[in-house]
Design a protein around this ligand. Structure first.
Ligand SMILES: *[C@@H]1O[C@H](CO)[C@@H](O)[C@H](O)[C@H]1NC(C)=O
Ligand SMILES: *[C@@H]1O[C@H](CO)[C@@H](O)[C@H](O)[C@H]1NC(C)=O
Ligand SMILES: *[C@@H]1O[C@H](CO)[C@@H](O)[C@H](O)[C@H]1NC(C)=O
Ligand SMILES: *[C@@H]1O[C@H](CO)[C@@H](O)[C@H](O)[C@H]1NC(C)=O
Ligand SMILES: *[C@@H]1O[C@H](CO)[C@@H](O)[C@H](O)[C@H]1NC(C)=O
Length: 482
């Protein structure tokens, strides 16, 4: 071997050994420098339907978390920029600790909004921060006023694959001013919601706390494949229309592990209003609700309606805890609504201090306008309640169908309702309903005759729905800046 050749070989060998070592050392030192804080502060993992290739923090777009500066433009700029990554692995926007005052902003597809546990989105109280949009086609008008409505704080339409999550970060609607305007009749448009997603699919809303919404909290509408998980919703029990989660004309939805204390229904299942809902004709179906804790002294734990004109079917609710609520499950409808509520299954429901365990209202009224069809009778059919315990209940059930439009196929089994000392003398009142019962205390009304212990339990489907098979992954976010 020539000397020069030996030298070249040696050099190569040396480089082969040294080079990786150098790289390793560089990696090691940068890891140590960043790593000390990284482990504590800079590194998050969370569960989501999909993970993202690109990340940014709100501060990279001029966000200021002082609770005073408006971040509306920062959010809009960040999401507009991140929307460019939709086709190359998607993106996530990180909201760091701080109080981030903001007006409404729109989401994009293949996108995750992640709120740190000490991040608070503060909804602006300045109406100019809330664009006004058209009424929902299935409602024909705003719910508070005729005509338009203030867009929701976090809004998305015609999207796919969107995750709104955090490690229990907070969205504060600062609703007080809106509630006052509502009570004083000073609203120009319908109040905004906190989160509304329209015409979209593959949506996850999870691990967040929502407080003091101006009106409804979470409103998925005209959407499918929606997962709502681990959401805490808090609002004063006297605040107007602060419904928790309202799936509306949606298919394949799963709501689980939520805790809701609010001034209206904890979950209200909907599908449009009178002639507008009938014409739009989009039902809510394949809905799973499980492990819900609800406190709703003025409303229902789970309401079906009152806007149900597109139909509601295949709702499965189980493992529900209700405390100090007006009613457990409530069907709200009326002549003019049309549509249907059918194939409803509820089991494993514990209730403590209730006015009514069960309530069906066939004369709810509350019409969008006077053009509703007086011949549009709703069909209420195949409603199953089983395995329930209730205590301190004023009245077991108040079931009021519609004359000439009997609510049929009502089944109640294995239900024990302990009445309060100040309870009504007649624990069940039933009109225009038909069904059966077994193992129910106190004994139901004559329209739900007891079939004796041989009767099979009321139905609850054994199969699972597609939303139960959604794959959840562990995703990471690594902060670049402190
Ligand atoms: C968000 O989307 C709605 C509906 O498409 C639109 O009216 C509104 O102007 C958008 N907001 C912004 C800030 O672009
Ligand atoms: C969103 O989707 C709906 C229903 O498919 C459609 O009518 C509407 O035009 C779409 N809107 C936009 C902004 O693409
Ligand atoms: C999230 O925060 C709320 C409000 O502080 C709290 O009540 C709830 O227990 C928290 N949830 C989790 C999972 O830590
Ligand atoms: C009756 O319901 C209770 C819950 O309230 C449940 O623990 C029990 O297993 C049910 N009994 C039957 C026979 O299903
Ligand atoms: C029973 O309900 C009444 C209200 O109807 C309430 O004032 C009382 O505290 C409740 N009792 C218990 C033991 O929860």
């Amino acid at each position: 071997m020539e000397l020069w050749e030996y030298a070249r070989l040696r050099k190569t060998k040396v480089m082969e050994v040294i080079f990786p070592l150098v790289i390793f050392a560089v990696l090691l030192s940068s890891d140590v420098a960043e790593g000390r804080k990284a482990r504590v502060l800079d590194y998050f993992h969370y569960s989501a339907m999909s993970c993202r290739a690109h990340s940014a923090s709100l501060t990279e777009f001029g966000g200021v978390g002082d609770g005073i500066t408006s971040n509306t433009k920062a959010f809009q700029a960040a999401i507009e920029h991140l929307s460019l990554y939709a086709d190359v692995g998607g993106s996530q926007l990180y909201v760091p600790p701080g109080k981030w005052l903001t007006g409404s902003f729109n989401l994009t597809s293949h996108f995750t909004l992640f709120l740190h546990q000490d991040a608070v989105l503060l909804a602006s109280q300045d109406e100019s921060e809330w664009p006004v949009i058209e009424p929902l086609p299935s409602y024909g008008r705003g719910r508070d006023t005729q005509g338009g409505r203030f867009i929701s704080l976090i809004f998305g339409t015609n999207l796919t694959d969107v995750v709104i999550t955090g490690d229990n970060g907070t969205i504060d609607g600062q609703g007080e001013i809106w509630w006052q305007k509502f009570h004083n009749g000073e609203l120009k448009y319908t109040r905004p919601y906190l989160i509304e997603i329209m015409y979209s699919e593959n949506i996850q809303i999870s691990s967040l706390t929502l407080v003091n919404s101006p009106s409804w909290n979470v409103h998925p509408i005209y959407s499918s494949n929606v997962l709502v998980q681990g959401i805490t919703i808090l609002a004063p029990v006297r605040s107007p229309n602060t419904d928790g989660i309202n799936p509306d004309s949606c298919t394949n939805i799963r709501i689980e592990d939520c805790y809701i204390v609010s001034g209206d229904d904890c979950v209200a299942v909907k599908s449009g209003w009178d002639e507008y809902g009938i014409a739009f004709g989009m039902p809510t179906k394949q809905l799973v609700i499980r492990r819900l804790t609800c406190i709703s002294p003025t409303s229902a734990v789970i309401a079906l309606g009152s806007e149900m004109s597109g139909g509601i079917e295949d709702v499965r609710a189980e493992d529900i805890l209700a405390i100090d609520s007006e009613s457990g499950v409530r069907i709200k409808t009326g002549v003019g609504r049309g549509g249907y509520v059918k194939n409803i299954y509820v089991k494993g429901f514990t209730m403590k201090t209730m006015k009514w365990a069960f309530w069906m209202t066939g004369n709810y009224g509350s019409h969008a306008d006077n053009n509703y069809d007086p011949n549009a009778f709703p069909v209420i059919q195949n409603i199953n309640y089983r395995d329930m315990i209730a205590e301190n209940v004023t009245m077991a059930a108040r079931l009021e169908g519609i004359a000439g439009d009997t609510f049929t196929g009502i089944c109640v089994s294995n239900v024990t309702i302990e009445l309060a000392t100040m309870s009504k003398k007649v624990p069940w009142t039933c009109t225009d309903v038909a069904g059966i019962s077994s193992g129910v205390v106190p004994e139901p009304c004559d329209l739900l005759p007891d079939q004796g212990p041989e009767m099979a339990a009321c139905n609850f489907p054994e199969d699972s729905l597609p939303i139960d098979n959604v794959q959840i992954q562990t995703c990471f976010y690594r902060r670049k800046h402190l």
